[in-house]
Design a protein around this ligand. Structure first.
Ligand SMILES: *[C@@H]1O[C@H](CO)[C@@H](O)[C@H](O)[C@H]1NC(C)=O
Ligand SMILES: *[C@@H]1O[C@H](CO)[C@@H](O)[C@H](O)[C@H]1NC(C)=O
Ligand SMILES: *[C@@H]1O[C@H](CO)[C@@H](O)[C@H](O)[C@H]1NC(C)=O
Ligand SMILES: *[C@@H]1O[C@H](CO)[C@@H](O)[C@H](O)[C@H]1NC(C)=O
Ligand SMILES: *[C@@H]1O[C@H](CO)[C@@H](O)[C@H](O)[C@H]1NC(C)=O
Length: 599
């Protein structure tokens, strides 16, 4: 009784934790239950006996009842190390998975991902089964529960998916009327809606339907034998399972589900079959793995998926200097995309992943989202330039480096680099497309950044980041005022927060308004190196004249600062957009007009 009471209260706490931390779960409780329940039906007698002997008492002989255990404990202090073992972050847009490249946690420690964990716990159970010693070394009860859970997770498409959006966790969508995120849709919502709509709100009925399909010739029967066929040498082969997941993520999960979209019947009904098949595959394959682990006949070999030395390079995190806000980047990219000539428009279309429907601005903030991720930390210093305090000038040789002196590692160097990468677009093979996509997104983002005056600011105040002050009533800092506050205040005061209206006004100013006569000179650029120097020099001059001028730490900035600076911000957004289109039109345009070649 004491034991039971303990377990209940543990579950209670866990539930609260799970509700407070949305979207870091594996398949939801239902998904894991279903996978394990299906697996139980395919266990050999031998395996079933071994599984039962390892299950904790509270499972009462039912593997499915403890398959969510790793989700329940992973936020407890004691178990936090297990969190990264639930998923794999793959490079954005590449839509493939490679163990050696992708299986590590966010600090770069290798094997710490869901496939690594599947090998780990398979290995523990295998050696535990054949060798008394390791029974002492490993807790095989835990190993069994982890393995069963992770085989489920590796089948959830958004558990093997993009780094930048955290497997869909940061993509906020509506599921019918409810606000949620894309990851959660795949963990829970599809299964829950299916239960309600088709299975009488009864999980057992849903599982039965999936099981029927496994043995039905009109269902998956002809496929089923191939699902688990790669355990031939007795080892779990999680590799193809992870590859399938990222494929499905690209084909079905991300497709037509960009941030802000509402997902309803179309999405639900077309994705449900995918989810049901993944639950079935997870179950059949878990059974196959357990059967071979616990078989007295198979001689099990250990599989080492990664023979290549993983370079766990230590990067020193650069403190958070931010970029133009989301809004600034989005407007810059929208302005640019509208000004593209047909050839460049086509190239951009080809480079963007399908699921953004050709909208460059949907991904212009991407370099900010990924810059703190391990794989992309090298990009952190590419967002800005630190110039000497009070100099109010930019000198490429003197200023364009990262904090460790790495040459060209600043926003001006990055624009040159990515422009030159894109200028090889026409020679590109399909294999290079991914790098080109990244180059396009980086270039589009950094063209915004280099036009934000405080991104070419003084070194000691980190471009105004350490100058704390108030913006009207709330706390802010000078950098942030230029990134975001001025734009948001303008949108609220003059445009009823309608960013499209604000953008139209900006565009009106250069198509036939205030800046009309200047636009040709904005686009003056015979050589990309000279141009980036010009953009950066303009920014630091504006930073001195308008950004820093008269600002004391701790003071309150309000109407007079806002009114005089707003036109500067709007013009810089316009210039960023116009010039981004100029560069893209040249790199993707006719070869003989390609005068923007890198130096
Ligand atoms: C392997 O299992 C052990 C015991 O649970 C755990 O401490 C270790 O972190 C695991 N490593 C991986 C990569 O799963
Ligand atoms: C093995 O793990 C289970 C679940 O965490 C735990 O209840 C049990 O006490 C552990 N066994 C040993 C011998 O540590
Ligand atoms: C059964 O299989 C068919 C054919 O693959 C599929 O269309 C259907 O959605 C499946 N039903 C269930 C309950 O999984
Ligand atoms: C295993 O499955 C793969 C594809 O799923 C197939 O190409 C291969 O021939 C199968 N092998 C066996 C032995 O069935
Ligand atoms: C995405 O949406 C478009 C337009 O609504 C539709 O034609 C297409 O079939 C959808 N694709 C998927 C995979 O849902």
């Amino acid at each position: 009784a004491a034991m039971g009471g303990f377990d209940l209260s543990l579950t209670g706490t866990t539930l609260v934790v799970l509700l407070l931390v949305p979207g870091i779960l594996g398949w939801g409780k239902e998904g894991h239950y279903a996978t394990c329940k299906i697996a139980e039906g395919y266990l050999t007698e031998e395996a079933l006996a071994a599984v039962r002997s390892l299950l904790p008492d509270r499972a009462e002989g039912d593997l499915a009842s403890v398959c969510s255990w790793p989700d329940e404990i992973k936020h407890n202090y004691h178990w936090r190390w297990s969190s990264p073992l639930h998923y794999i972050d793959t490079p954005d847009f590449r839509c493939n998975y490679k163990y050696c490249r992708d299986c590590h946690d966010s600090s770069g420690q290798k094997d710490r991902c869901v496939t690594g964990a599947i090998y780990n716990y398979t290995m523990q159970l295998m050696s535990g089964h054949s060798d008394l010693d390791s029974k002492m070394k490993y807790n095989l009860t835990e190993a069994l529960m982890f393995l069963s859970h992770f085989v489920g997770d590796v089948h959830q498409p958004l558990h093997v998916s993009f780094t930048g959006d955290e497997g869909g966790n940061t993509i906020i969508v509506r599921w019918y009327r409810r606000k949620t995120n894309l990851h959660h849709v795949w963990d829970n919502m599809i299964i829950e809606s299916a239960m309600k709509s088709f299975y009488n709100s009864d999980l057992a009925t849903m599982i039965q339907a999936i099981q029927n399909n496994i043995t039905d010739t009109d269902g998956w029967l002809t496929d089923v034998s191939s699902w688990a066929n790669c355990t031939s040498d007795g080892t779990a082969c999680a590799e193809p399972y992870a590859s399938e997941s990222i494929n499905l993520a690209c084909k079905f999960a991300y497709r037509n589900a960009t941030a802000g979209s509402t997902l309803g019947d179309d999405y639900f009904l077309s994705r449900l079959p995918v989810v049901e098949k993944r639950l079935a595959q997870g179950g059949v394959r878990l059974a196959a793995i357990l059967n071979s682990i616990f078989s007295s006949r198979t001689l099990l070999s250990l599989f080492s998926p990664c023979l290549v030395l993983f370079l766990g390079l230590a990067f020193i995190p650069v403190p958070g200097v931010q970029a133009w806000s989301k809004e600034g980047h989005i407007m810059t990219c929208r302005i640019a995309q509208k000004l593209l000539e047909p050839e460049a428009a086509h190239a951009v279309q080809m480079l963007l992943p399908d699921y953004v429907d050709g909208d460059l601005s949907a991904l212009c903030v991407w370099p900010d989202q990924i810059r703190h991720w391990y794989r992309y930390r090298w990009t952190s210093s590419l967002h800005f330039i630190d110039t000497p305090d009070q100099a109010c000038t930019f000198d490429y040789q003197r200023d364009c480096h990262d904090p460790h002196g790495g040459k060209d590692m600043c926003v001006a160097g990055a624009i040159q680099n990515f422009t030159s990468q894109l200028s090889h677009y026409r020679e590109g093979t399909s294999d290079r497309r991914y790098n080109m996509t990244e180059a396009l997104l980086f270039l589009s983002h950094f063209m915004g950044d280099i036009h934000q005056p405080m991104h070419v600011g003084f070194t000691s105040d980190e471009g105004g980041n350490t100058i704390n002050l108030r913006w009207f009533r709330h706390k802010s800092n000078l950098h942030h005022v230029w990134d975001r506050e001025i734009i948001l205040t303008a949108a609220a005061d003059y445009y009823e927060k309608d960013m499209d209206q604000l953008q139209q006004d900006i565009e009106g100013n250069f198509t036939n308004g205030l800046w009309y006569d200047d636009v040709a000179s904005w686009k003056d650029c015979d050589n990309i190196f000279n141009c980036v120097n010009k953009f950066a020099a303009e920014s630091i001059r504006l930073a001195c004249k308008w950004g820093y001028e008269g600002v004391e730490p701790g003071e309150t900035l309000s109407d007079s600062y806002f009114n005089s600076r707003m036109p500067v911000v709007m013009k810089r957004i316009a210039q960023g957009g116009v010039r981004l289109s100029m560069i893209l039109n040249r790199v993707f345009g006719h070869p003989h007009e390609d005068s923007v070649a890198a130096t």
